[in-house]
Ligand binder design. Structure first.
Ligand SMILES: [Zn+2]
Length: 494
């Protein structure tokens, strides 16, 4: 195999059905070109919950949350007795104005929450003497230390706050919050201004990638994050094709920087994927599931101030899923009892023994690691109960029992990963298609779209790899891309 540099681009909320429709309308020439020059899968399975923070951690470490320890976008840290909220880098930079959020997003995610027992691809690349770049990727832990800046008006909003430094690969940047030498935004650069989220946007990232190409500084691996697609699709799901076309124009600009698109794929292996899908949310009142309505009489913590002495539970809203953390004895049983009857809840699951129990009405399913049944990824399980609760079925292949999933891809590993990301009791609930959870002070998307659930509408993303064949993955998953990319770094001929 001829060695090529790898450029990995994550388009937030990149969806197979939107991509295929955009292709049919000839609105995404760059993505179509890359697809035509390699392999394409329309069913790459993402991580649960289907939220960027924990998915990005899985992408960069090649592990599920039970190993990398980042449970979701919003979760409860039992040790520190506080709710962690990474917000969404591209979505709400304004909320970075609150000190805790900024600290969580910019520093704690990489330096404290992400397990030290797993290695990011940037750390592995450095160990093998390969250079790499992180362009606005939320998971960037690596060999080089960077100090965090407060750009523009943030200086005022965060007056008196001093951030710890963060680490990243040799080439790294996060908008105007930190950057390596030579990746500084130019003075007056519009797409790095306060009106463009200080550089947390597609056009800024593309400019920086182009700069690396033009200056001959493109490293062995470049990881770039494009947030705009997610941000706009949440509000305008009916305009998906046109929204994706904007991301395509940026990718086209990057390909142009090589002189021609053919030259781009000759020099580089492009890997383009998404982090999760989105599901349309109805306009009717029932589309919002007010969890608190089912828990009347119980005391849910205010996210800003958890009081384990007084409160019964903490609710962490991840759009189409919630984590519920019981704080007292007996609370878990009571919460489950009440939620089992809520018809708009799709999946209700919690830890039991060393495994996971799933319930709906009177039906129940238990599964645990190890045993005689395998899933299509070769992971072994012991199953007891009603497998149809996760739309699973058993088939025999060469004398072995194999479990297949329909509506909930890779259901066992993904549910297990989410529930065992942290110690202690936790219940995971997901919303039926068309619905999302409502908790005061969290954003809602009535008439728009959102994500978070285990359902395939949130869980399947496109995957394009240039210069590759379909034989590379029989059952593609995001969690397997790290080892694939490491293989690319080590290919013969380097
Ligand atoms: Zn989103």
């Amino acid at each position: 195999m001829v060695w090529k540099k790898t450029i990995f681009i994550l388009i937030d909320s990149f969806m197979p059905h939107v991509f295929e429709e955009a292709e049919a309308q000839q609105k995404v020439p760059a993505l179509s070109f890359l697809k035509a020059n390699g392999a394409y899968w329309n069913d790459c399975v993402t991580v649960f919950p289907t939220m960027s923070a924990n998915i990005d951690a899985s992408l960069m470490t090649g592990t599920y949350p039970d190993e990398h320890y980042v449970p979701g976008l919003v979760w409860y840290d039992r040790d520190k007795q506080r709710v962690v909220n990474y917000i969404n880098g591209g979505k709400a930079v304004w909320r970075l104005g609150t000190r805790k959020c900024a600290q969580d997003v910019l520093v704690s995610l990489n330096e404290q929450h992400l397990s030290r027992d797993v290695k990011t691809i940037f750390e592995e690349a450095a160990r093998h003497h390969r250079t790499s770049a992180s362009l606005n990727f939320s998971i960037h832990r690596g060999p080089v230390r960077y100090s965090v800046q407060k750009p523009g008006l943030m200086k005022l909003a965060l007056l008196g706050t001093k951030f710890d430094s963060v680490t990243g690969p040799e080439l790294a940047l996060q908008g105007r919050f930190f950057h390596s030498n030579g990746l500084r935004a130019r003075f007056g650069q519009w797409n790095a201004s306060v009106f463009k989220k200080y550089g947390i946007n597609d056009s800024f990232v593309t400019d920086m990638a182009i700069r690396l190409v033009q200056e001959g500084r493109l490293p062995a691996l470049t990881v770039a994050y494009m947030p705009d697609n997610d941000y706009t699709y949440h509000r305008h799901p009916d305009k998906g094709v046109d929204i994706l076309a904007r991301a395509d124009r940026q990718i086209g600009r990057l390909l142009d920087a090589f002189g021609s698109w053919e030259e781009a794929v000759r020099q580089c292996r492009f890997i383009i994927t998404g982090d999760h899908g989105q599901t349309k949310i109805g306009v009717e009142r029932e589309a919002l599931i007010a969890v608190l309505d089912s828990l009347i009489g119980m005391r849910a913590s205010c996210p800003e101030k958890v009081n384990p002495e007084q409160d019964d539970l903490v609710i962490c809203n991840n759009e189409r899923m919630c984590f519920l953390y019981p704080l007292k004895e007996g609370v878990q049983e009571e919460v489950i009892k009440r939620l089992l009857g809520e018809s708009r809840i799709d999946v209700l699951a919690w830890k039991e023994g060393a495994g996971v129990r799933v319930g709906r009405g009177e039906r129940a399913l238990f599964f645990t690691r190890g045993g005689q049944v395998r899933d299509v990824y070769g992971v072994r399980w012991t199953i007891d109960g009603d497998l149809t609760l996760l739309d699973g079925s058993l088939a025999e292949k060469e004398g072995k029992q194999i479990v297949h999933f329909g509506q909930y891809p890779d259901a066992f590993s993904r549910l297990y990963g989410a529930l065992y990301a942290r110690d202690g009791q936790v219940i995971a609930i997901t919303a039926q298609p068309g619905a999302e959870f409502y908790t005061p002070s969290d954003p809602t998307h009535q008439g728009g779209a959102s994500h978070g659930s285990l359902h395939h509408t949130d869980s399947l993303v496109p995957l394009i790899i240039t210069g590759e064949t379909k034989a590379a993955f029989a059952h593609p998953r995001l969690v397997d891309l790290k080892s694939y990319m490491l293989g690319c770094l080590h290919s013969e001929g380097y």
